[in-house]
Design a protein around this ligand. Structure first.
Ligand code: GLP
Length: 239
């Protein structure tokens, strides 16, 4: 695991965008693993700028988001599909048919999870997976207790995560209780992992990730043995 610390969250986001752009520059047909969360907003803003400035295209690329709430569809502004449309997809030339997220409205969510895992494999696997870090050490929606051998599946969200994410929902609206997330074993198969960690609220989970030991109480720490894992942090998170 390699840690890079930046003075500001914007600088960490710019570095993440640079890495994504470099991946696309080297391989225009790259398969990108994407993520949502407040941390990713400046990352996608910087990426949109970079793609414009460097005239890079996503026309041959493919993306798979790491997670989606169950019960929310594209029409729901809080779904990760709608969020990705707003933050990135509406503004870039990534073909809609290759911008994948789990279907939060699938009739059989377990089958949808299996389909999604198979679709990633069929696309040749993830070249670069972008990751955020939950305040309780979750990654995607792999909550504490998630096993190292977990695959894409339906998960119940912890009270802590639902509380942390309530800020993205209108006042009084319930945060969904379940989600589909890529598993830890699925993430370990990505060829490279790029985690962005910003803000003082992430200091404790980042310290736990960096100091170890890898254990399911901090799911992100289970990724520590990945051979190509970069963490981009700001000073507020790195301490
Ligand atoms: C959310 C998402 C994660 C994200 C994390 C951090 O629950 N499911 O994919 O990385 O929490 O979010 P934020 O960047 O808003 O702190």
């Amino acid at each position: 695991m390699r840690l890079e610390v930046f003075d500001t969250a914007e600088a960490a986001a710019a570095a993440a965008a640079a890495r994504l752009a470099a991946c696309l520059g080297a391989r225009p047909s790259a398969v990108l693993g994407l993520a949502t969360g407040a941390t990713m907003e400046p990352v996608y803003a910087a990426l949109r700028r970079r793609l414009r400035e460097e005239r890079l295209s996503l026309a041959q690329a493919t993306s798979f988001n790491i997670d989606e709430y169950l019960g929310l569809g594209a029409d729901d502004p809080q779904s990760y599909r709608a969020t990705m449309n707003r933050l990135l997809f509406d503004d870039v030339d990534l073909p809609a048919a290759r911008a994948h997220l789990p279907d939060g409205l699938a009739e059989d969510p377990e089958a949808e999870a299996r389909r999604y895992e198979a679709a990633i494999a069929a696309a040749g696997g993830l070249d670069l997976q972008l990751l955020g870090l939950g305040r309780n050490g979750h990654v995607g929606f792999n909550e504490p207790g998630s096993p190292a051998d977990s695959r894409t599946r339906v998960v119940a969200l912890s009270a802590a995560t639902r509380e942390a994410n309530a800020r993205h929902f209108p006042a009084g609206a319930a945060v969904p209780s379940h989600a589909i997330t890529l598993g830890i074993a699925t993430l370990m198969e990505a060829r490279a992992l790029l985690m962005v960690v910003t803000g003082a609220a992430k200091r404790a989970p980042l310290a736990r990730l960096l100091e170890g030991p890898p254990a399911p109480d901090c799911p992100a720490s289970l990724l520590a043995g990945h051979p190509d894992f970069t963490v981009l942090a700001d000073r507020a998170a790195a301490g």
